[in-house]
Ligand binder design. Structure first.
Ligand code: PLP
Length: 391
């Protein structure tokens, strides 16, 4: 047996059902295990490696900063986090950024900002946040409480209170909860990633925006997985023609280093005053220098490419009789087949293709710049894997 697998099982807490492969290096959308076997990567480390593995331009930005200063604490000013925050605000029309180190932390900040907004304006008590059933917002206790799936809650209570769950696509259930509870915000993913790559409809999201406006509830969009070009738009809320009051992002924007952003709009831009929130590593210059490089390369041309590649995947896979349904948008796709996604993912692994699963679906989250020939080769492997596993 591979000694690293053995030692991992001995010394690492068993929280992950890992695939039986050790990845040692890679280039772009191709990664290699310790025996030299190559795999085409359709998962990009769960939507993290937007420009693939060991991307040269990103690595140069990171190592340049690494050799200047790697960390200062937030007691001093540094340039990379400022440049990144400026770029994000200028391209989205949002106003201010808080930096943390993960998606969960970005969501924690959004929750705190929404509650403080409400306290400053209306006084105590209006603190409940409506989230959606089948959502996923992170693994900290508060973001787990925000997560509308019982499976994640088992054995970890008590949880922080103040979260209630509405049914996706059912605006009336949101309205009822808002009436029964004193609420300050609604938090959504426009495509529920961990929940099985399930998109919210245009009608529901627009209706939600209107309802939040009418009742001064902040609309928080969790763009941790859907953000940064993943759906073919810079942020997925842009597909709906709405503006959130807060959006959060992480995963892809760091290019592989840990970073999370809570991005605040006009209404709540000033609610987090000095001392009200913080993070030792938040805004780390190395992570931010890398993220600035990544964010700067999310051009309109790249987004158009994402849409074309998405179309190619959808057209090719929907032609298979074994494929029942394709959900999601851009390069965030869920493929429901006659067999469980995990069985297909294991078959694909043997053939040299890495894919993910979400619920019972195969989930595809390839690098946004995956070269066409690699995309086609990987798609061929996926087609063969689906056929074989469903046989
Ligand atoms: C991954 C994810 C998170 C949690 O991000 P971490 O960086 O693991 O804390 C939160 N929300 C969504 C929608 C995610 O996909």
């Amino acid at each position: 047996m591979n000694p690293i697998v053995e030692l991992d099982q001995q010394y690492i807490a068993h929280t992950y059902a890992r695939f039986p492969v050790q990845i040692v290096r890679g280039e772009g959308s191709e990664v290699y295990d310790e025996t030299g076997k190559m795999y085409i990567d359709f998962g990009s480390g769960i939507a993290v490696n937007i420009f693939g593995v060991a991307d040269k331009a990103w690595a140069a930005a990171v190592s340049d900063q690494l050799l200047k200063v790697q960390h200062t604490s937030n007691l001093y000013y540094t340039e990379p986090c400022v440049r990144l925050a400026q770029a994000v605000c200028e391209r989205t029309g949002m106003k201010k950024v808080f930096f943390g180190n993960s998606g969960a932390e970005a969501n924690e900040c959004a929750i705190k900002a929404a509650r403080r907004y409400s306290v400053l304006k209306y006084g105590e008590g209006r603190s409940t946040i409506i989230t959606l059933k089948n959502s996923f917002h992170g693994r900290t206790l508060a973001t787990l409480a925000a997560t509308g799936q019982d499976g994640y809650h088992t054995d970890f209570g008590p949880f922080p209170g103040g979260f209630v769950y509405a049914a996706p696509e059912d605006l009336d259930s949101v309205k009822t909860l808002a009436k029964e509870n004193k609420c300050c915000a609604v938090m959504i993913e426009t495509i529920q990633g961990e929940g099985g790559v399930v998109s919210l409809s245009d009608r529901f999201v627009k209706g939600l925006r209107r309802f939040c406006d009418d009742n001064d509830l902040l609309l928080i969009v969790d763009e941790v997985q859907t953000g940064n070009g993943r759906t073919g738009a810079l942020y997925s809320y842009m597909n709906y023609g709405i503006m959130p009051d807060i959006f959060t992002t992480a995963k892809g924007i760091g290019g592989g280093l840990p970073i999370g952003l809570a991005v605040l709009g006009e209404k709540c831009q000033d609610v987090l005053a000095a001392g009200s929130h913080g993070s030792t590593f938040g805004g780390n210059p190395v992570c931010c220098a890398g993220a600035f490089n990544i964010f700067s390369r999310l051009t309109d041309e790249l987004l158009a490419e994402v849409q074309k590649k998405s179309q190619y995947l959808i057209e090719t896979l929907s032609a298979l009789p074994e494929v029942e349904k394709i959900t999601g948008k851009g390069l965030m796709l869920g493929i429901a087949c006659q067999k469980e996604g995990r069985a297909i993912a294991e078959t694909a692994l043997q053939k040299g293709l890495l894919v993910l699963t979400a619920k019972n679906k195969v989930r595809l989250l390839p690098a946004l710049n995956i070269p066409w020939d690699v995309l086609q080769e990987g798609t061929d492997l996926l087609v063969r894997s689906i056929r074989e596993a469903c046989d």
